[in-house]
Design a protein around this ligand. Sequence first.
Ligand SMILES: Nc1ncnc2c1ncn2[C@@H]1O[C@H](COP(=O)(O)OP(=O)(O)O)[C@@H](O)[C@H]1O
Ligand SMILES: [Mg+2]
Length: 262
Amino acid sequence: MDSGPSVTVRGVSKTFGRVHALDDVDLTLTPGSLTALVGPSGCGKSTLLRMIAGLETVTDGSVLVDGEPPDVLRSRGDVAVAFQDANLLPWRTVTSNVALALKLAGRRPDPARVAALIRTVGLDGFESARPAQLSGGMRQRVAIARCLVTRPRLLLLDEPFGAVDELTRRRLNVELPPIWQQQPTTALLVTHSIPEAVLLADEIVVMSRRPGTVLATVPVALERPRRASQLHSAAFHALVDEVGDLLSVDRDAPAVAAGHGA
Ligand SMILES: Nc1ncnc2c1ncn2[C@@H]1O[C@H](COP(=O)(O)OP(=O)(O)O)[C@@H](O)[C@H]1O
Ligand SMILES: [Mg+2]
C-alpha cells in the first residue's frame, strides 16, 4: 500500500561561495510521517528543504526521494512546497492562485476542493481578493491551501505559519493535518515553534548552528489524532523541554566553526 514517498538524505554538505551552510547531514523521512525540522536561524533548514524539493543542488552527498533524484517526483506534480514567503501571483485572486496549483500539477480543475480549502484556512469572503489586499498571515494561508489542493505525496512546509496570528495558527495546527493525512503523504515542516513541532510531528530533527548538521532526532510518541488539549499534558511539556534543551546546549557551546560566516 502506498503510504507516501521515502526521503533519504546522506552525507549532504552545501557551500555557497565561502559560506559553509550544511555539513554532513543525514536525514530519513519515513513514508507517511511528519518530521519537524528545528534549528537556529541560518543553519540551513530552508536549503535542506529546497534540496528535498529538487530546487537546490548539493555540494556533497545525496538526496533521494523513493530512491530517485528529487526532481523525478516533482515533475509528476507530486511535491508541494510552501516557502517562507508565500510567493503568490500578485495579479491573481485567492481562488485562482489556489486553482493554478492544480493546473501546474497536471490535475483536473476541482472548484469545490479549492473553495473548501479556502474556507478551512479561514479566508471565506476573500476569494476574489488579490495578494496585495491581504495581510502576511493571510497570504501564508493561501499558500497552505495551494499546497494541499493537489493532494501532494510529498509536502514541504517552510515556516508556513510564521506570519499567521497565534489564535489562527493554533486552529490550523489542529485542523490542517487531517487534510493531508487522509491521503498518503510524507511531510517535512520547518518551524521556529517547539510546541508546534511537538504537536504536529512524529519525529523532531534538531539542527546545530551553521554549518548545520543533525544534533539529535527526538521521536514524538503522542497519541494521534493530536488535539489542542494535549498542549497541557506532562508528556507534551517533557518533549518541549527536551527539544529546548538540545537547542540551548548548542547555543551555549563554543562556536564549532569559527571563520565560517556570511
Ligand atoms: N542562494 C544562496 N546564496 C548564498 N548564500 C545562501 C543562499 N541560500 C542560503 N544561503 C546562506 O546559507 C545559510 C543557510 O541559509 P538557510 O538555509 O536559509 O537557513 P535557515 O532556513 O535555517 O534560516 C545562510 O548563511 C544563508 O545566508
Ligand atoms: Mg529558512
